[in-house]
Design a protein around this ligand. Structure first.
Ligand SMILES: Nc1ncnc2c1ncn2[C@@H]1O[C@H](COP(=O)(O)OP(=O)(O)OP(=O)(O)O)[C@@H](O)[C@H]1O
Ligand SMILES: [Mg+2]
Length: 406
């Protein structure tokens, strides 16, 4: 039977492609490396076996694959063509020289932190682009991430949806949405709670959850709920909290752990709302880890968290300044304008601190105004401004105190 399919496919493809070795794959398809005659290049031909093709609506499958094929991105393996011949449904893509993330994980177990951030960033970037075009992957997993030197590419975009959409109504009724059917409806270990619960309205945030599971596996060596039967994994995806990453991997920074755990929130609304934000945070982490690698490194704090902390620190300092001013008034018998003035100065500084936080809470993107404002209003200039204002006020109070005594 195995060779039958291969021979049948070769006969259907004719001289255009010469089938070479078969790549081991998942349950739903067979994957062959092939030589494309016209362009003298290696491609991968993915073919759906006739027993599956029989139950599919070819047109709907084709439409879904066509939609996915519109997504062009450096971190997405493109679809070259989708074809159908003698009852076989196939599509081709470039052969990616490298290995899958699955292979690398099998070889190394856990990956170095910098590699985890880089792979996660590439995948988030690819997802972000596809999501913006309305394409959801629905089956993000290490087998669908291919590694080429320092880059990660996502493959099988839209295939899960294509298979699901293209199943004839009768077939859909028979098989329901049980993922254990073996079709690419998602893979339990990487499936978002809403996907596991067969919610028909899942959106791009299911991909963000799956990426969280992949990141968790890259860091700890296994996905969040491993070593259980599929049904138990699905139940855990819906109801259980994953064990903290730092328990398994103490060298992970709090910032990276927070990023991954936010992907893994049960409620989609509490995940990263937008893959762009996630990509920004990972870019920041990457930039920090590059610069910190030279200095031996402190834990990396994402921009948004840093901005929030700066605002909280400012509010805390305002209370201290106000209390200090009252104390000075009482100790030296100064007038009431001393504490009032101190509160006023801190209150006037608050909008500037908030604006600085707004400017610096994400990666350096945005219009020319925001970029220029970022250059002028840095945290350093804001802090300097606040200190100068407090210093001048303190000087004025001191001069007043001396003058009124004299
Ligand atoms: N374009 C490609 N270039 C090089 N290798 C590929 C390419 N596409 C797939 N592969 C390899 O072939 C293997 C099988 O791919 P396939 O998509 O059939 O299986 P899978 O991802 O494990 O399961 P699923 O059928 O659920 O997607 C992958 O793990 C990968 O190593
Ligand atoms: Mg695949």
């Amino acid at each position: 039977m195995a060779t039958d399919l291969r021979d049948q496919l070769q006969a259907s493809l004719g001289d255009a492609y010469r089938l070479d070795r078969e790549l081991g794959g998942g349950g739903m398809s067979r994957v062959f490396v092939a030589q494309e005659g016209a362009l003298d290049r290696r491609v991968v031909v993915k073919v759906l076996p006739p027993e599956l093709t029989g139950t599919l609506s070819i047109e709907r499958f084709r439409r879904e694959i066509q939609l996915a094929a519109r997504v062009h991105h450096p971190h997405i393996v493109p679809v070259l063509l989708v074809g159908q011949a003698d009852g076989l449904l196939y599509y081709t893509m470039p052969y990616i020289e490298g290995e899958s993330l699955r292979e690398r994980l099998e070889r190394e177990g856990r990956l170095p932190i910098d590699d985890v951030i880089r792979i996660m960033r590439d995948v988030a970037d690819a997802l972000s682009h596809a999501h913006a075009l309305g394409v959801i992957h629905r089956d993000v997993k290490p087998d669908n991430i291919l590694l080429v030197r320092h880059h990660a590419l996502v493959t099988d975009f839209g295939v899960a949806k294509a298979l699901r959409q293209s199943r004839q109504p009768e077939e859909r009724r028979t098989h329901g949405r049980t993922p254990s059917h073996g079709m690419a409806l998602g893979t339990p270990a990487y499936m978002a709670p809403e996907q596991a619960a067969a919610d028909p309205t899942i959106d791009h945030r299911a991909d963000i959850y799956a990426l969280g599971c992949v990141a968790y596996e890259m860091l700890t060596g296994k996905p969040p709920f491993s070593g259980r039967p599929a049904q138990k994994i699905l139940a855990a995806q819906v109801a259980e909290r994953p064990a903290p990453i730092s328990k398994e991997r103490p060298d992970v920074s709090r910032a990276l752990e927070a990023i991954v755990m936010r992907c893994l929130e049960k409620n989609p609304a509490q995940r990263w709302g937008d893959t762009d934000d996630l990509t920004d945070e990972l870019n920041t982490l990457m930039a920090h880890s590059i610069s910190l690698a030279r200095t031996g490194g402190q834990p990396v704090i994402p921009r948004r968290v840093r901005s929030r902390r700066a605002v909280v620190a400012y509010l805390g300092s305002s209370i201290v300044v106000a209390a200090g001013a009252r104390l000075v008034r009482d100790m030296f018998g100064l007038p009431d304008w001393v504490p009032t003035g101190a509160v006023l100065i801190m209150a006037l500084g608050l909008p500037i601190v908030l604006f600085t936080a707004f400017l610096h809470s994400s990666a350096p993107t945005g219009g020319p105004f925001r970029l220029r404002a970022r250059r002028i209003l840095t945290w350093r200039t804001t802090a300097l401004g606040v200190w100068v204002a407090i210093g001048l006020f303190a000087l004025a109070v001191a001069i007043y105190a001396i003058a009124s005594k004299g």
